[in-house]
Design a binder for this molecule. Structure first.
Ligand code: SF4
Length: 405
């Protein structure tokens, strides 16, 4: 029995992590490939037995090149989109740069350019210019001063060639900057959030007398400090942003810890720490319900309850409303509607409308009676479909938009 429950918990956590990984991989792919996926045939000039490319999710953001047996042959980068502000004669140029296994440049080629065709042809025909970076390491290219290095461009296609040169150096430099680990910044806000987190955890696990009274005061602190002052609510936009670009643990370690506890505590200890103690909108709804006269309370009929639970309200997130200066009208309306609903139905928004609550509930342990249900099956099937789409991305892209030029 214990093993079954543990497996179920691991499955749910695995689904969540896999979704985060897929979002990250897809986002990186879109950033790196844009609307022109790189094809393995494009690298045949450098790697004759290349059989596959694997996207690199790390800061370099290129592709590992493999042969049929899976042995790595080298590395490939594309200058777009990082170099999309570097305009040559009349447009941008997309260049591929290949590196060998030791990280030394093998050469470059223009895969697409908005510049005049004859200029592009002249650049690719200039053997001297084409060898400008050959043999250089990543650091050497990133640190290159084109003027000092005497790169003057190709006669008759000066602007196009210089744009190509600047694009290559810029691309290496941007990745070099991203590879440098930024320093961690821990500020007052992080300590504040950690204190709120510690108090919330204490209220969750303590059995001391007067707990409920303390909890009521604590709710005002959560609304005022976490919500209105900091706007640190665990919104879907925040979680999706982290999944896409990585957690902001260096810039906002307090918030990352806050989010980690929100997922870890229910997963390990079954207690919905965030929803019960730390969510400003949950606390606000509870206060509204307490202040409303008991006669206003309504029992939602079972049929309507079921219909509301089935209705997808995931796009109606209320949390940005706490950032009062920048909140849009729609999100404020959703927040107010949720509070008004709480006058009659306790935590109505939590029950029927909150995507973050649903996500936290998905990973929460539910004890011995927990079973693999329809929701788990649906999550698994959708994940499988997403994996297949990710795996077959190039084929699907070609099917919809036609083969890459
Ligand atoms: S369900 Fe949503 S609104 Fe309610 S407490 Fe949880 S996170 Fe907050």
């Amino acid at each position: 029995m214990r093993a079954r429950i543990a497996l179920l918990q691991l499955y749910r956590l695995g689904v969540l992590l896999a979704v985060a990984w897929l979002i990250r991989a897809h986002h990186t792919r879109l950033r790196v490939e844009g609307d022109r996926p790189v094809r393995v045939e494009e690298v045949a000039g450098w790697f004759t037995n290349a059989a596959g490319l694997r996207l690199d999710l790390a800061a370099r953001g290129g592709f590992h090149v493999f042969d049929r047996d899976g042995a790595e042959l080298g590395y490939l980068i594309r200058t777009l989109p990082q170099a999309d502000r570097i305009i040559g004669y009349c447009g941008i140029t997309d260049t591929l740069v290949a590196l060998d296994r030791e990280g030394r440049v093998l050469g470059f080629k223009i895969r697409h350019s908005e510049d005049t065709k004859t200029h592009v042809g002249d650049v690719m025909a200039d053997r001297h210019f084409k060898q400008t970076w050959n043999g250089m390491t990543w650091e050497q290219v990133a640190g290159m001063d084109l003027k000092k290095a005497g790169v003057e461009g190709v006669s008759g296609a000066t602007m196009t060639s210089l744009a190509v040169a600047e694009g290559i150096v810029h691309r290496f430099r941007v990745a070099q900057g991203e590879m440098r680990p930024p320093t961690m910044r821990v500020g007052v806000r992080d300590f504040g959030l950690m204190t709120v987190l510690a108090l919330g955890a204490w209220l969750t696990f303590t059995k001391r007398e007067g707990r409920e009274r303390w909890r009521r005061w604590f709710q005002w602190l959560v609304i005022g400090y976490v919500g209105l002052l900091n706007g640190d609510l665990l919104a879907q936009s925040l979680l999706a942003g982290w999944a896409k670009s990585g957690m902001a643990w260096r810039m906002a370690p307090g918030l990352v810890l806050f989010a980690a506890a929100a997922f870890a505590v229910p997963w390990v200890a079954r207690r919905p720490l965030y929803c019960q103690q730390l969510c400003p909108h949950g606390a606000a709804q509870e206060i509204v319900t307490r202040l409303a006269p008991a006669r206003w309370r309504v029992n939602v009929p079972a049929a309507l309850d079921r219909a509301l639970l089935d209705f997808d309200l995931a796009g109606l997130e209320a949390f940005d409303a706490y950032l009062i200066r920048s909140a849009g009208g729609a999100t404020i309306a959703v927040a107010i509607a949720g509070l008004l609903a709480a006058l009659c139905v306790p935590k109505a928004y939590c029950k029927y409308g909150c995507p973050t609550g649903a996500l936290l509930e998905f990973v929460r342990a539910r004890g011995a009676g927990d079973k693999f249900g329809r929701r788990d099956l649906a999550a698994g099937v959708m994940l499988l479909v997403a994996f297949v789409m990710h795996w077959q991305h190039a084929a699907i892209h070609a099917l919809i938009f036609g083969p890459a030029a």
